[in-house]
Design a protein around this ligand. Structure first.
Ligand SMILES: NC(=O)c1ccc[n+]([C@@H]2O[C@H](COP(=O)([O-])OP(=O)(O)OC[C@H]3O[C@@H](n4cnc5c(N)ncnc54)[C@H](OP(=O)(O)O)[C@@H]3O)[C@@H](O)[C@H]2O)c1
Length: 493
């Protein structure tokens, strides 16, 4: 078994009650229920933990259990009967009526009873897996019924978890945030972007922080440019209603900016949430917003052929399924280094990847040779979990010739890693532990919308006449996206 070296920090979840609103929904079935099951099956859950699931649908116990078991197996788990039983024993269902005080009275009584049964004292997570329109009324009622309280009062705690994306514009997201802040403090709000929970994303930071050979060169002195790719092989997968309203840019921008931050932010003084967030904030504050002219020059939007024929898509829909853009970071580390981003659906391959492309040699005997970019550091985030570093070496043989070689490190090559938490499991552990490091601050969400707003405004401005290009299903976007790095003398990798 691999030994850890020097630094090994464990975030331990506290014993608590977990309340899930919107328990019959897609997010609950696809992500939250499998993650809660996973925490129990992998012995990552705290010893005393109960789940109270709520939704407006009437469900008898049997149907509810079938729903949970189906969600677990649809996520690929193959639980033994005993594992499933252990999980189901922890879960109760409560029919919700989010507008009614009677529901919150029943909820409060039942939580107190479950607390007493589990030897707990008001330590509760409320996961709002409902449409965002319901957030305000739920949190107001929780507050009114003393279910959201200030931890300083009692040595207990109550926390809210919500998912990105919430809102569909800077204004609607700000209004939702203002509504939440009326009932809960920033320290109580846990905003999830599950990309930050991925092992491979956290590994980018670990690698930079612990290996000075990389961090010393992680700047404009050595790096020519950075590429971020978030490709999905799939199309709408039955989510046309959601996607038609959002489009790819709104759906993906949070992920893109989080990947950029983890890659390029200055290293925090510590991995404590306050230090981490302060440094991330400084990074975002160094990104100049794009004006309408820049949007027309350095942002490309497109839609895959056949999108208009998908079930649930409006005739003539202009929802983009592909986005590519270039941005800069105006700080001492990155000034002058372009960041190229592309993200899309139906791109023929599922691939999330960050590439740092090092400069060509400027001195020495090889400076005049056309050898492309000799060093590229690639982080494959999903589905592959690899780090690759390409370099130039001597080709074996009697002649002195150069060749490109790649050093590969498969992040999952060690056997013990099968029990490591998934992204959602990681984030739920952290929320139970009160560690906000991997969650988004209100500032980060606001910045995401500030960055996106001029892009959306330019797209919607008929006078600006920004085209929506087409690309064949299975292609890596339209040819206009290739022009983005090409006009700077570069190419997508
Ligand atoms: N699905 C995903 O993978 C995903 C990914 C990222 C973010 N999100 C975010 O996660 C949240 C939930 O997404 P989802 O896809 O699970 O949504 P959903 O399936 O449309 O809704 C979740 C559940 O909320 C309840 N609900 C519907 N309308 C409601 C209303 N007006 N008031 C209160 N409850 C209502 C429904 O259950 P009952 O009728 O039984 O109460 C429904 O099953 C949203 O904020 C979404 O933006 C989802």
């Amino acid at each position: 078994m691999e030994q850890t070296i020097g630094f090994c920090q464990e975030t331990r979840p506290e014993n608590c009650g977990f309340v899930l609103f919107g328990a019959t929904g897609h997010l609950a079935a696809g992500k939250i229920i499998p993650a809660l099951f996973g925490l129990c099956a992998k012995n990552l859950a705290p010893e005393n933990l109960y789940f109270l699931f709520a939704a407006r649908t009437e469900l008898d116990r049997r149907t509810f259990e079938e729903h949970l078991a189906a969600a677990v197996s649809a996520a690929g788990a193959r639980p033994s009967p005993r594992e499933l039983k252990n999980f189901l024993e922890k879960v109760e269902y409560l029919r919700a009526d989010y507008e009614s005080d009677d529901f919150y009275r029943r909820l409060s009584v039942r939580l107190d009873e479950l607390d007493a049964k589990s030897g707990l004292k008001k330590k509760r997570l409320f996961y709002l897996a409902t449409p965002p329109a319901a957030f305000k009324s739920i949190t107001e009622k929780l507050k009114a019924h003393s279910l959201l309280f200030d931890p300083r009062d009692c040595g207990c705690w109550s926390r809210i978890i919500i998912e990105k994306p919430y809102g569909s514009s800077l204004e609607t997201a700000s209004a939702l945030d203002t509504g939440l802040k009326e009932t809960a403090s920033e320290a109580q709000i846990y905003r999830i972007d599950h990309f930050t929970g991925k092992e491979t994303v956290q590994n980018v930071l670990a690698l930079r922080a612990a290996n000075s050979v990389f961090d010393e060169t992680w700047n404009s002195g050595f790096i020519d440019h950075v590429q971020i790719t978030v490709f999905e092989e799939l199309g709408l997968e039955g989510r046309a209603g959601f996607f038609e309203k959002m489009g790819l840019a709104r759906d993906m921008m949070s992920h893109i900016l989080q990947l950029a931050a983890i890659t390029a932010m200055d290293l925090p003084a510590s991995f404590k949430d306050t230090d981490f967030k302060a440094e991330k904030r400084r990074f975002f504050e160094s990104i100049p917003l794009l004006d309408a002219e820049a949007v027309s020059r350095q942002v490309v939007r497109a839609q895959y052929d056949g999108y208009l024929g998908e079930t649930g898509v409006a005739a003539g829909s202009r929802a983009e399924t592909f986005l590519a853009f270039k941005f800069h970071v105006n700080n001492d580390r990155w000034r002058g280094v372009p960041f190229y981003v592309r993200a899309g659906k139906k791109t023929g391959i599922k691939k999330t990847k960050i590439d740092l492309v090092y400069k060509k040699p400027e001195h020495g005997i090889f400076k005049t040779l056309e050898i492309g970019y000799p060093n590229i550091f690639s982080f494959e985030i999903q589905p592959a979990e690899n780090m690759n570093f390409s370099l130039i070496a001597k080709h074996p043989g009697p002649k002195f010739c150069l060749t490109s070689r790649t050093m590969d490190l498969n992040y999952r090559e060690h056997r013990e890693e099968f029990a490591s938490p998934t992204d959602y499991e990681r984030l739920l552990i952290d929320a139970m532990a009160g560690d906000q490091t991997l969650f988004l601050s209100a500032f980060e969400v606001r910045f995401m919308w500030q960055f996106l707003s001029p892009i959306l405004a330019a797209w919607n401005d008929g006078a600006a006449n920004i085209p929506l290009y087409a690309y064949p299903s299975g292609a890596e976007g339209p040819k206009e996206a290739a022009n983005l790095p090409k006009q700077d003398g570069r190419a997508w990798l």
